[in-house]
Design a protein around this ligand. Sequence first.
Ligand SMILES: Nc1ncnc2c1ncn2[C@@H]1O[C@H](COP(=O)(O)OP(=O)(O)O)[C@@H](O)[C@H]1O
Ligand SMILES: Cc1cn([C@H]2C[C@H](O)[C@@H](COP(=O)(O)OP(=O)(O)O)O2)c(=O)[nH]c1=O
Length: 200
Amino acid sequence: MSGGLFVAVEGPNGVGKTTAVARLADRLRANGRAVHVTTEPSDTPLGRLIRTSEGSLTGRALALAVAADRYAHLEAEILPALAARKVVISDRYVQSSLVLQRLDGLPLREIWQHNAHVPPASLSFYLHHTPEVLRQRLEQRSRRSRLERVGSPRRELDLYDDAFAFLAARGWRQARIDCRDLDPDGVVTQLLQHLEQLEP
Ligand SMILES: Nc1ncnc2c1ncn2[C@@H]1O[C@H](COP(=O)(O)OP(=O)(O)O)[C@@H](O)[C@H]1O
Ligand SMILES: Cc1cn([C@H]2C[C@H](O)[C@@H](COP(=O)(O)OP(=O)(O)O)O2)c(=O)[nH]c1=O
């Protein structure tokens, strides 16, 4: 992908995506890599509008807004950073839509159509944990989003499994990371091992 490396970090709410993204970036920087950390929804006016409207923007309208944000994010931020040969790490990408928009009532194939022109990441990580641990972590959060309340850890994991298989069938390069018994550094060590296999 234009000289850089594009890493997506996916998985259910509370699994440790944000933690893993920050630590992966630290480890790659310590190894001398130029890293660009980003998130979806993006840190732009549209991305911020999606975050603040998530209670009222629902279903197809939310799905299309998230897809529009993704195309803009690619154009304005991800592809230029890749062209500058950076490692881009995104906290959430297409697999998240294949789950969250389904929780919001859309069929998988329609969500896929909205994302039909989105390039795959170089490698997409699916972080996995038990529903019991995910539930405990979510209970500790002071604020839960509408989709966190609509879904449940078990339902989210089922939909992530579906999305993983769906993307695999379309040739997306993915790795499923079982986070049980791994502290944050242990998770990142596994991510780095997978990334080393990509880069000779
Ligand atoms: N590997 C891990 N082991 C134990 N706790 C973790 C691990 N990764 C993250 N956590 C904790 O779990 C909670 C959710 O992590 P977070 O990175 O915010 O998840 P997400 O971004 O997927 O919602 C935080 O309290 C974080 O400190
Ligand atoms: C990336 C993404 C986000 N969203 C929406 C729903 C989420 O509740 C909202 C914010 O994403 P989320 O990652 O849950 O936010 P936070 O970083 O605050 O935990 O964006 C989707 O509906 N589909 C997507 O693909």
